[in-house]
Design a protein around this ligand. Structure first.
Ligand code: ADP
Ligand code: MG
Length: 812
C-alpha cells in the first residue's frame, strides 16, 4: 500500500486507501460508543464529499470505482439529514472504507474479519456502560455478540395456558400477578419462601422461590410477566420453582418472530434489550462470517453456511406446518448448531493435521542403528516383551530409523511396561553415538528408573546417570561434565534436566514420562537442549477417543493395551469411616503374608501444616494398630536424601507400611506391595485413583485397593467411587472421568490446549468430530497448501482462528 506523504495536488501518486484512511478517522470517531459523538463532528458530510472527490484522482481509482461512487452518494446531504439517517450513513460508509483500507486481493475477506472485530459499542443500543457489562460475559466485539447464543427458546406465540400444563414440562407463559408475598417457615428445611401467585385466566399458578430475599417486592399485583420454567406442584397447585421471569413487554409482539431466544442476561439488562442488540448485530454483521468449511464439504454433509446458521440460532422460525415445538439449542443434531460445531471442529482438525504434517516432514535425525544395543539389553531382561510392547517398540524404532521426526505418544495403562519400551527405543539413538534424556515428574520416579536400569545398562557398556535437584556438589559437577563430554549416554532426571548449566554433547532422543504432569514449556525447554531430538512422550492416563483427536491430534500414537502376563486385576473395596476395622483386617492379612502396604493421604486442607499433621497422626496411629510392623511416613516436605532413604527401605522390604501424601502417586514400582489404602478417597480425581490403584497388583498375587471414604460426599465423588468399583480398565475410567469433569478440566486447563468452543461439545458431538477429521484429512490430501481458490476462505479462517493456538499445542 502506498503511504508516502506528498503534496496534495499530486493525487495521482496516492492510493484510494490513503484517502479512505483519512476519512475513516472522523467516521469512526462519530460512530463510537453508540454514536454518542455524532453531533459533535461538524461538517462531516462536506469533508467527506471533498475527500471522496479527491479519491477520484487517485492512482488506483479504477479498482475502487464502485466503492467511491457509493461513498459519494452516501454523503451528499449528510450534514442536513436527521440523526437516524446520519447514523445509518456512517455505518454503511464505515464498511466500505474498511474494505478499501484493507484492500488487497482478499479485500472482501479481510474487510469482513476486521468488521467482526468491531467493538460492541458500535452496535445500536450499546453505550460504554453496557459494553462494560457485556464484557463481563466475555463479549467485547460484534463477533462475540454473534456467538452469544441463547440458552433456550421461548415460543411467545405458542405460550401455553396454565390449565394445559403438564407436570415436569418446560413451558413459557404470559401471566398477571394476583398475589405477591413472603412466608417464613421454620418447620421445613427452607426458612424463607417467596410466593407469587399468577393467573392467565384459565387457572392460578404459584411461582416459588426458596431463600431468595431478592425476590421480595420485585413483583407487584397487576404486573404482566413472561414466565419460563419447569412445571411442578406445590401445595396442590401448579407451580414453578425459581422460574426465569421477564416483565412481559409488548415489544416482543413487534419482533415479527414467534420464537425469542432466552439469552443469559448481563447485569441489569432486560431480555428484550439483549434480543434487540443481538438482532442488530446479526443484521449488520452476520454477513461478515466466513465459512471455514469449504462449500463442497458443506454440501456433502448437508450443512448450511455459517452466517445462515448463526442467523437461525438467534432467530429460529417455526416451520409453518408440523410440530409447534421450539428448537432445542443443546441438541447437537439441530442443523444450525451442527453447522457451527462442524465449522469449529473442522478448522481445529485441519490445523492439527497441518501441524502434524509439518512436524513429520521436517527432517529429523535418522539413526541407522543395527539394534545391537537393544538386543543386548533384551537378553538380560528377566522377562520377554508382551506382544503389545513389541508392536509399540517396532513403531517407535521405525520412527527413529526413518528421516522423519519422531513425535509420538506412547500410551499404556499403569503397569503395562512403558519404561522398558522407551528405553529400548532410546538405545537405538545411543548406538549411533547420541545421548538420551529420560524426564520424569518426581525425584522418586527418576531415582527408581535410574536404579532399576543403571546396572543393566552398564552391562551393555552404556553409561547412565541421575540428575535431580538432590544431586549436589561434586557429584553434580561430575554428572554435568559427563553430560557435556558425551560420556554419559542416558540421563534420568526431573525438570532439573532442563535447568541452565545442563549442556548435552549431542541430545538425540527425549523421553518424557507421565507427560501430563509437565507443562508445555518444560517439554519445549528440554527439546531446546538437543539438535532436532526425537521426542517420545508417555502417559498412563488413557486418552479418551475424543481427546486423542483433539489435544493429541498432531501426534502419532502407540498403545500398549495389554498387561504383562500373570497380573490379576486389583480387588477394589470401599469402606466407610465406621468400617475402618474391617479395612485394617485386610491390611493385616496381607502384612502377615509378608506383603507391604501403601496408605495415601490426600491434601485435605488448604494448610500444608495441617495436612502434614493429619498424615503424621495417621502414621502414628497405624504404628500402634500394627505394632508388629514397621510404619514410615514419606511427605513432599522431606529433603531428597531423606525421601530416598525411606523409599529405599520400602523397596527393600524393611518398611511394611508406607504412609504418604501423594508423592507416590506416579510410577513407583514395588511388586511386593499388595495393598493400596486411599484415605478420603472421595477427594481424589478418577485418574489419580486409577494411578494409585496401579501401584499394586504388579507381583502376580492378588492385591487390594481399599478406598476409605465418608458417606456424605458429592454426587460427582459418588460417581467416581462407583466407577472405581466397577472397572479397572483405564480407558473406561478415562471416558467416565471426561464425562464427569468435562474436557477442559480433564486435561488441566493450564496446558489443556483445548480451544474453547462456541457451539461444539466434544462429548456430545463425537460423530461430527469424526466427520470433521475425515473431511480435513481428505482436504489436505487434495490440496495440502490450500492454494485452490475454493479453499482460500478456509485458509484465512484457519490462520486467523487457529494460529495462536497451534504453537500452544506444540507438545514435542
Ligand atoms: P508403566 O507402564 O506403568 O510405566 P513400568 O514400566 O513401570 O510400567 O512396568 C511395570 C512393571 O512391569 C515393572 O516392574 C517392569 O519391570 C515390569 N514389566 C515390564 N514389561 C514386562 C513384561 N513384558 N513382562 C513382565 N514384567 C514386565
Ligand atoms: Mg511408568
Amino acid at each position: 500500500m502506498e503511504k508516502t506523504k506528498k503534496d496534495k495536488s499530486e493525487h495521482k501518486a496516492l492510493a484510494v486507501s490513503t484517502f479512505a484512511e483519512n476519512l475513516l478517522k472522523p467516521v469512526e470517531f462519530a460512530s463510537k460508543d453508540d454514536f454518542q459523538k455524532i453531533d459533535t463532528v461538524k461538517g462531516l458530510g462536506k469533508t467527506a464529499e471533498r475527500i471522496v472527490r479527491e479519491m477520484g484522482g487517485a492512482a488506483d481509482f479504477e479498482r475502487w470505482d464502485g466503492e467511491v461512487k457509493m461513498l459519494g452518494g452516501l454523503f451528499s446531504g449528510y450534514d442536513s439529514a436527521p440523526r437516524e439517517k446520519r447514523r445509518s450513513i456512517l455505518e454503511e460508509a464505515r464498511g466500505i472504507l474498511l474494505k478499501i483500507v484493507s484492500g488487497d486481493s482478499e479485500a472482501d475477506l479481510s474487510g469482513a474479519e476486521e468488521r467482526l472485530k468491531t467493538p460492541v459499542t458500535f452496535v445500536k443500543g450499546v453505550g460504554p456502560k453496557r459494553a462494560k457489562v457485556f464484557e463481563k460475559k466475555g463479549v467485547s466485539t460484534v463477533e462475540d455478540l454473534l456467538y452469544y447464543f441463547p440458552r433456550y427458546y421461548i415460543n411467545i406465540r405458542g405460550v401455553k395456558k396454565i390449565r394445559e400444563l403438564k407436570l415436569k414440562e418446560r413451558a413459557a407463559l404470559v401471566v398477571e400477578v394476583v398475589v405477591a408475598g413472603e412466608k417464613f417457615t421454620s418447620k421445613r428445611r427452607y426458612k424463607r419462601i417467596n410466593e407469587v401467585i399468577v393467573t392467565d385466566g384459565t387457572d392460578l399458578m404459584t411461582l416459588v422461590w426458596f431463600n431468595a430475599p431478592y425476590v421480595k417486592g420485585r413483583y407487584k399485583v397487576g404486573m404482566r410477566l413472561l414466565v419460563t420454567g419447569i412445571v411442578s406442584e406445590f401445595n396442590n397447585r401448579k407451580s414453578m420453582a425459581h422460574p426465569d421471569v421477564e416483565p412481559w413487554e409488548e415489544e416482543a409482539d413487534q419482533l415479527g418472530s414467534d420464537i425469542i431466544g432466552r439469552y443469559q442476561l448481563p447485569e441489569r439488562m432486560r431480555l428484550m434489550t439483549v434480543v434487540k442488540i443481538v438482532a442488530e448485530a446479526v443484521d449488520k454483521y452476520s454477513d461478515c462470517l466466513i465459512d471455514g468449511v469449504p462449500e463442497d464439504v458443506r454440501v456433502r454433509n448437508r450443512l448450511i453456511p455459517l452466517k445462515e446458521a448463526v442467523r437461525i440460532i438467534h432467530n429460529p422460525a417455526l416451520p409453518p406446518e408440523g410440530p409447534k415445538d421450539t428448537p432445542d439449542i443443546e441438541d447437537g443434531s439441530w442443523l444450525p448448531i451442527r453447522s457451527v460445531a462442524m465449522d469449529e471442529l473442522f478448522i481445529m482438525e485441519l490445523g492439527l493435521l497441518l501441524k502434524r504434517r509439518k512436524i513429520i516432514r521436517s527432517p529429523g535425525r535418522s539413526f541407522n542403528a543395527s539394534g545391537r544395543l537393544m538386543e543386548g539389553f533384551m537378553e538380560n531382561l528377566p522377562f520377554s516383551l508382551t506382544s503389545a510392547q513389541r508392536k509399540a517398540l517396532d513403531e517407535i524404532t521405525e520412527d527413529i530409523r526413518s528421516p522423519r521426526t519422531t513425535h509420538r505418544l506412547l500410551q499404556g495403562d499403569v503397569g503395562s511396561g512403558k519404561t522398558v519400551v522407551a528405553l529400548l527405543a532410546a538405545l537405538n539413538a545411543v548406538e549411533e553415538g547420541a545421548q538420551a534424556a529420560f524426564m520424569a515428574p518426581t525425584e522418586i520416579l527418576s531415582e527408581q528408573h535410574f536404579k532399576n536400569l543403571e546396572g543393566r545398562l552398564a552391562k551393555i557398556g552404556v553409561k547412565s546417570a541421575l540428575l535431580t535437584s538432590s544431586v549436589k556438589g561434586a557429584e553434580r559437577e561430575a554428572v554435568l561434565d559427563g553430560i557435556k563430554s558425551g560420556e554419559l549416554k542416558i540421563v534420568f532426571g526431573t525438570h532439573a534436566l532442563i535447568q541452565e548449566g545442563v549442556e548435552f554433547s549431542d541430545l538425540g532422543f527425549i523421553v518424557v514420562d507421565e507427560q501430563h504432569r509437565f507443562g508445555v514449556m518444560q517439554r519445549g525447554a528440554l527439546k531446546e537442549k538437543g539438535k532436532k531430538p526425537e521426542v517420545l512422550v508417555m502417559t498412563a492416563t488413557p486418552i479418551p477417543r475424543t481427546l486423542a483427536l483433539t489435544v493429541y491430534g498432531d501426534l502419532d500414537i502407540s498403545v500398549i493395551d495389554e498387561l504383562p502376563p500373570g497380573r490379576k486385576p486389583v480387588k477394589t473395596l470401599l469402606f466407610g469411616e465406621d468400617q475402618r476395622k474391617s479395612a485394617y483386617e485386610v491390611i493385616l492379612g496381607e502384612l502377615k503374608k509378608g506383603r507391604q502396604a501403601f496408605v495415601v493421604y490426600p491434601l485435605v486442607t488448604e494448610s500444608e501444616t495441617l495436612n502434614l499433621k493429619n498424615a503424621t497422626e495417621m502414621a502414628e496411629n497405624l504404628s500402634s494398630v500394627f505394632s508388629d510392623f514397621t510404619v514410615r511416613l514419606i511427605t513432599g516436605r522431606m529433603k531428597g536424601g531423606e525421601k530416598e532413604e525411606v523409599m529405599d527401605r520400602f523397596v527393600k522390604g524393611e518398611v511394611d507400611i508406607l504412609v504418604a501424601t501423594t508423592v507416590i502417586e506416579v510410577g513407583v514400582d514395588v511388586p511386593n506391595a499388595t495393598v493400596m489404602v486411599v484415605e478420603h478417597a472421595e477427594r481424589f480425581g478418577l485418574s489419580q485413583l486409577h494411578q494409585l490403584r496401579g501401584r499394586v497388583g504388579r507381583g502376580g498375587d492378588e492385591s487390594f485397593c481399599i478406598l476409605i471414604s465418608d458417606y456424605r460426599v458429592t454426587d460427582d465423588a459418588k460417581r467416581r467411587l462407583e466407577v472405581m468399583l466397577k472397572t479397572t480398565d483405564g480407558f473406561i475410567i478415562a471416558e467416565e472421568d471426561l464425562k464427569i469433569r468435562g474436557p477442559g478440566e480433564f486435561m488441566g486447563t493450564r496446558q489443556s490446549g483445548i480451544p474453547a468452543f462456541r457451539a461444539a461439545d466434544l462429548i456430545r458431538d463425537y460423530d461430527t468430530l469424526l466427520t470433521a477429521r475425515a473431511e480435513a484429512e481428505a482436504l489436505i490430501e487434495k490440496d495440502p497448501l490450500l492454494s485452490d481458490p475454493a479453499h482460500h476462505e478456509t485458509r484465512r479462517v484457519l490462520l486467523s482462528r487457529f494460529e495462536g493456538r497451534l504453537s500452544l499445542m506444540d507438545i514435542g
